[in-house]
Design a protein around this ligand. Structure first.
Ligand code: URA
Length: 215
């Protein structure tokens, strides 16, 4: 399936991404969340072009107009907690979508390495529906892979769309390899990944910037 990097064709997405990355702006957490949501909305618009539509008649005050409405059922899923702002942006666009949430966290080892642990999944059936999964930072792809595996028990979606603000090349290629059937929407692509799996230049910790530090 397709992978699309929004910044390959400059647009307003570049402004949102530049503000997300800018350390002098990202300390404004409301603007940070808003920019993630706006990016989610732009990606939602791009996804909408791939969906199925049905023709309906709409009555205007002056006559009948033929309209085309999305006929697919959509489930928006996000990995907590960083996925929430993009999730909101997508939900503004697909306002009738159902919702799924996956709680994941890093379980650190003494060596400094870590595994991703899934704690809880809440989802409706995704059988035959469009699954949109958001995680703003695609670092290694491990959380996305675990989330997609966990969602398998909720049915087989008709299409999978992964939404991310910034991806590392390694993470993108890992997800492409493991999920060749998924469409991947990336705001911007970075080349470097640190030993602790932070994307460079990236933007830092998206969850902390959106919602404050954790212990
Ligand atoms: N998660 C983040 O929030 N930032 C990264 O750089 C990688 C994973």
């Amino acid at each position: 399936m397709a992978t699309k990097v929004l910044t390959d064709q400059p647009s307003i997405a570049n402004t949102f991404l530049a503000e997300l990355r800018d350390s002098s702006i990202q300390s404004d957490s409301m603007r940070f969340r808003t920019n993630l949501a706006r990016l989610g909305g732009l990606i939602g618009y791009e996804i909408s072009k791939t969906l199925n539509f049905k023709e309906v008649e709409t009555e205007t005050p002056l006559g009948i107009s033929k309209s085309h409405l999305i006929s697919d059922k959509i489930v928006i899923a996000s990995i907590l907690r960083a996925g929430i702002p993009m999730h909101n942006g997508l939900l503004d666009v697909f306002d009738r979508a159902e919702n799924a949430f996956i709680s994941a966290q890093r379980k650190m080892h003494k060596t400094g390495s870590f595994d991703i642990e899934l704690n809880k999944v809440t989802s409706p059936s995704i059988e035959g529906k469009i699954l949109i999964l958001c995680d703003p930072m695609l670092a290694t792809g491990a959380s996305l892979n675990l989330a997609l595996q966990a969602l398998e028990s909720y049915g087989k979606p008709s299409a999978i769309h992964i939404c991310t603000a910034i991806a590392s090349r390694t993470g993108m290629e890992h997800v492409q390899r493991l999920h060749p059937d998924a469409n991947i929407w990336i705001g911007d692509l970075d080349e470097e990944l640190t030993a602790k799996s932070y994307i460079v230049p990236g933007l830092g910790d998206a969850g902390d910037l959106a919602f404050g530090p954790k212990i």
